[in-house]
Design a protein around this ligand. Structure first.
Ligand SMILES: O=S(=O)([O-])[S-]
Length: 264
């Protein structure tokens, strides 16, 4: 399953690990990047607006062909181990990894750097050399099942004693309007301000437990446009949560459909 990996782990791996930097091109080129990292900017794998309807509701992943092209140009194959990073505590990189999972990349081959570019460069080498990449012919194989759920399943989760519906936005946003029955867990509460990575696991589990988010429940995640839930999704999978549902349409779709909101 998609997991967090340390800087040591990344440094110790050979050329078989594809390192993906999802920052903007100016940051990658101008500020330097991790050795051997390729640049796949966040904007390149995110549709501008919610796209075609699917069974799981509207979302913002790219077209399948565009995704395959991006990965091909990055020298990635379906067998590649990938580690992704950004400079925002991993939230943009997590979106890359979730997109890869939704398009069928083996989740066991998907890793999020624990920390980000800022924390890496405090202790480790960076480079401004762009690696030579051998393009591949990446082919998407859609998985048999995905964690995606649509709005009806989200509405049902609120009434299901075995499920916890989780809003991963900030408390002001939650207070202004959230899906009825949702608990609040700001995704940043799982981030260690000092390391810019995941809190130590016992602390992360306590934060989650305080919000009622425990492994024997089905967890259903939403935010505004499925960026912040990507980070929480990776955290929960890393911590061994087995049932984590991902509402790709999130509040953008929920509100567009005129569904109810609760305020505090
Ligand atoms: O992170 S977000 O999708 O809520 S803007």
């Amino acid at each position: 399953m998609t997991d967090f990996v340390s800087a040591e782990w990344v440094s110790s791996r050979g050329d078989d690990l594809r390192v993906v930097d999802v920052r903007d091109a100016w940051e990658y080129d101008g500020l330097g990047h991790l050795p051997s990292a390729v640049n796949v900017p966040f904007d390149s794998f995110r549709a501008d607006e919610h796209g075609a309807e699917s069974d799981a509701g509207e979302g913002m992943p790219p077209d399948e062909d565009d995704w395959a092209k991006l990965l091909s140009e990055a020298g990635i194959t379906p067998e590649s181990d990938i580690v992704a990073y950004d400079d925002h505590h991993g939230v943009f990189a997590a979106r890359f990894l979730v997109t890869a999972e939704l398009f069928g990349h083996d989740p066991d081959r998907l890793h999020l750097l624990d920390g980000d570019f800022s924390s890496w460069q405090l202790e480790r080498e960076t480079t401004s050399e762009t690696p030579t990449v051998e393009p591949t012919n990446y082919e998407v194989t859609r998985p048999d099942s995905t964690p995606l759920v649509g709005p009806d399943a989200v509405a049902d989760a609120a009434d299901d004693p075995d499920a916890v519906l989780v809003d991963t936005r900030e408390d002001e946003e939650y207070d202004a309007g959230h899906i009825p029955g949702a608990v609040l867990l700001d995704w940043r509460d799982l981030v260690d301000d000092e390391t810019r990575g995941l809190l130590p696991q016992d602390e992360a589990r306590s934060v989650l437990e305080r919000a009622g988010i425990v492994p024997d429940k089905r967890i259903v995640l939403y935010c505004n446009t499925a960026r912040r839930i990507s980070h929480t999704y990776v955290v929960l999978r890393h911590l061994g949560f087995e049932q984590v549902d991902f509402y790709e349409g999130s509040l953008t779709e929920w509100e567009a459909q005129g569904r109810p909101l609760e305020t505090n």
